[in-house]
Write a protein that binds this ligand. Structure first.
Ligand code: GSH
Length: 320
């Protein structure tokens, strides 16, 4: 665990001390887009872009789901880091289900960042969308990468499925805003808190929002009604990690997702969408958190459970 300072790797843990025990996520550095507009710096071309992901990471997981659902697998290649994030950060050390760095054969993910900018100061996060043509990072912010995948390659793939339709954009934005702060990032704020107050400040709104979502999903199959949108996939990647990791490791244990009938059925419904289960790697997910965060789990023992069958019938087809 660490970060790059002026291109040099430094091994330090998140600084919560200067922030009353609270975990604060840094802004992503690379925020360009891919567009069909003439003169655009990054045009949608088959084989031009490469995605760096961790199968453990909920933010990277969003981009893998969109790559799958939007038919982008033949057009955008992928490298998968080792699930352990230790003193050198993310690495390409061999591990089942991980890959080498297909572009540069680097050992460490931080080398991809310094390849883009030699003197960069940044955390070294995944996902990263790399441009082989200009040899740089186009974007390393998952919420933007999934918007790019949603539309930019439509003419290439012929896939016009829209997970952020204009008619629902405001509603999706509002849902994303609450779910990001209280749920997606809420689990991290709970788990990385180093004071009781900071933990409670995160865990209480987390469960208030889960209660609110449970009620919302009693009359709607998906968050906005009867079509799956971006908001659902953004929530899904946190829900699928919740009982296996966040309940125990991050102390998000007021309830489990299996205690919420609607949320649990909704999780199974999304998991059973064609292609999605292939993007979920429970071994990488559990191994990453329990093994990498030794200040939270010093023994690094990875729990066996919970027993969970995400292929069980969800019976949500009749709702909404
Ligand atoms: N805002 C980023 C966050 C990505 C992120 O924090 N990824 C984690 C893995 S789950 C990471 O790479 N952390 C490394 C670090 O913070 O040093 C996004 O959504 O793309």
């Amino acid at each position: 665990m660490g970060l790059l300072v002026e291109g040099q790797w430094q091994d330090v843990w998140y600084d919560t001390e200067g922030n009353e025990g609270k975990f604060k996520r840094q802004e992503s550095k690379f925020r360009e887009t891919i567009s069909t507009q003439s003169g655009a710096k990054y045009a949608p071309e088959s084989g031009r872009y490469h995605l760096y992901v961790s199968l453990a990471c909920p933010w990277a997981h969003r981009t893998l789901i969109f790559r799958k659902l939007k038919g982008l697998e033949p057009h955008i290649s992928v490298s998968v880091v080792n699930p352990d994030m230790l003193d050198k950060g993310w690495t390409f050390a061999p591990y089942p289900g991980a890959t080498e760095d297909h572009l540069f054969n680097f050992d460490y993910m931080h080398q991809v960042y310094t390849k883009a900018q030699a003197d960069i100061t940044t955390r070294v996060t995944v996902p990263v969308l790399w441009d082989k043509k200009t040899q740089t990072i186009v974007n390393n912010e998952s919420s933007e990468i999934i918007r790019i995948f949603n539309t930019a390659f439509n003419t290439l793939t012929g896939n016009t499925d829209d997970y952020y339709p204009d008619a629902l954009a405001n509603e999706i934005d509002e849902l994303n805003e609450r779910i990001y702060h209280d749920v997606n990032n809420g689990v991290y704020k709970s788990g990385f808190a180093t004071t009781q107050a900071a933990y409670e400040e995160a865990v209480i709104p987390l469960f208030e929002t889960l209660d609110w979502l449970e009620a919302r999903l009693s009359s709607r199959r998906y968050l906005t009604g009867n079509t799956v949108t971006e908001a659902d996939w953004r929530l899904f990647t946190t829900l699928v990690r919740f009982d296996p990791v966040y309940v125990g490791h991050f102390k998000c244990n007021l309830k489990s997702i299996k205690d919420y009938p609607n949320l649990y059925g909704y999780l199974r419904d999304l998991y059973q969408v064609e292609g999605v289960a292939e993007t979920v790697n429970m071994d990488h997910i559990k191994r990453h958190y329990y093994f990498s965060h030794d200040m939270i789990n010093p023994t690094r023992v990875v729990p066996k459970g919970p027993l969970q069958d995400l292929n069980a019938p969800h019976e949500r087809d009749t709702i909404g």
